[in-house]
Write a protein that binds this ligand. Structure first.
Ligand code: FAD
Length: 388
């Protein structure tokens, strides 16, 4: 955009995107129809098209891949070098689907897209685009999809499957339509799940945790590097180190997001506010200084006193509307792990969060989206071509 040029308003941009979406023409039939053009759906479509299948994506939003833009605080933590199946809610399924080359396969895919990547910092295994922009990830995916001949049909909301057709509504005309497909890949995350499949109800995860038992109002906005232990009936459920953000309703921060995958109402959260010091060194420093303000944020010391260990009780999850992932979705046991096809619905595949898989923060969830998209897309193309 030239100097002095006015940025188009949001409404105008939406209007332009809607016009663009309306111009995308769909044939009456394709080999592979991908329902949902987010992280998993774009990779599934690229994989299917590159395997020789005519492929269309039906996406509810005005453009594809917009879900990627908000990831990693706008920087997109797209994967990590040390992906470990045990970090997910269903390690055996992740092992069976993704195998030992999980990270290598994901990185190989993005290398072939022309994306330069780098580690978060030296010694860190989390991987980001070198540009530090999530939009780079989206752009390389959209570019590769277009080069492979994928039809990106946006502003089309999938509402059902009837026989060998996907039923959808055009958001620009409100018209109901159908698209015949030899294979269908479900990649709509919280979107459409066909009747007759086993699914666990969706519930939000990776979000702040509401707590009671500390003066949270007075602590709102303060940050501390702490050791965080989640306890249930005296037993440790999770023990992690990281930055904790006090909020008026409880606790937030990446380490707390991870804790939200396990926390239940009534659990205890213990915080060690000076994890780098043992108890006696902490006591010595407090006695030399007269208080703990030389060790812990003085505002926190003002509110909580000279305490190294504090605890509170979980009362629920908070700000769930902004949760990063959802638990629930299609039950893993009904899929063939080699293809991600529903065993008793030949031709129906799925990828990404629409399957009941979730992992902690740090690149685990997108890695699953990318890799499951690759597997389902490639297998859907093979299925469509075998039946041709
Ligand atoms: C704020 C935020 C930050 C995150 N940061 C990270 C991170 O840094 N690293 C990481 O690993 N994970 C991160 N995640 C999680 C990650 O974004 C998801 O796990 C991942 O996007 C899931 O991929 P998906 O394709 O299954 O779903 P999505 O990427 O959400 O794509 C689903 C697509 O389907 C479309 N859709 C839904 N219903 C329909 C329908 N009925 N018809 C047509 N289209 C439909 C949606 O519009 C969407 O485009 C983050 C999540 C959030 C919310």
């Amino acid at each position: 955009m030239g100097k002095g040029a006015k940025r188009p308003s949001r409404a105008r941009m939406r209007g332009q995107l809607l016009d663009e979406a309306a111009r995308a023409t769909l044939p009456s039939a394709v080999d592979v129809c991908v329902c949902g053009g987010g992280a998993a759906g774009l990779v599934a479509a690229i994989s299917a098209a590159e395997a020789g299948a005519s492929t269309a994506v039906l996406e509810r939003d005005f453009s594809c891949g917009r879900s990627i833009l908000a990831t990693g605080g706008g920087r997109c933590n797209l994967t990590r070098l040390d992906l470990d199946a045990r970090a997910y809610n269903d390690p055996a399924f992740i092992d069976a689907v993704c195998g030992p080359l999980f990270s290598t396969d994901v990185l190989g895919f993005f290398d072939a897209c022309g994306l330069a990547t780098s580690f978060e910092s030296e010694g860190d295994t989390r991987i980001y685009p070198l540009s530090d922009r999530a939009s780079s990830v989206r752009e390389v995916l959209l570019g590769r999809a277009r080069r492979a001949g994928v039809i990106l049909a946006c502003a089309r909301e999938v509402g059902g499957i009837g026989g060998d057709s996907v039923l959808f509504r055009e958001l620009f005309s409100d018209g109901e339509h159908s698209l015949r497909a030899k294979a269908i890949v479900l990649a709509g995350r919280d979107g459409f799940v066909p009747a007759g499949l086993d699914a666990v109800p969706f519930s939000p995860l990776l979000c702040p945790v509401a707590c009671e038992g500390l003066p949270f109002d007075e602590l709102d906005g303060r940050r501390v590097h702490a050791r965080v232990t989640l306890l249930r009936d005296g037993k440790t459920v999770l023990d992690e180190y990281g930055e904790v953000l006090f909020r008026s309703y409880g606790l937030s921060g990446i380490v707390i997001f991870n804790l939200s995958r396990f926390a239940r109402r009534g659990d205890t959260v213990e915080l060690d506010l000076a994890p780098g010091l043992d108890d006696s060194s902490f006591a010595k420093l407090v006695s030399s200084a007269g208080n703990a303000a030389g060790i812990v944020d003085p505002v926190i010391v003002d509110v909580l006193g000279d305490e190294k260990h504090v605890s509170c009780t979980v009362s629920g999850l908070a700000q769930t509307e902004h949760a990063q992932v959802r638990r629930g979705g299609l039950v893993t046991g009904q899929f063939d792990p080699a293809t991600l096809m529903v065993r008793d619905r030949p031709g129906l595949f799925a990828a990404g969060e629409v399957i009941d898989i979730d992992g902690p923060c740090g690149g685990y969830n997108l890695s699953w989206a990318w890799r499951s998209g690759q597997i389902a897309g490639t297998a859907a193309a093979a299925y469509a071509k075998a039946g041709a």
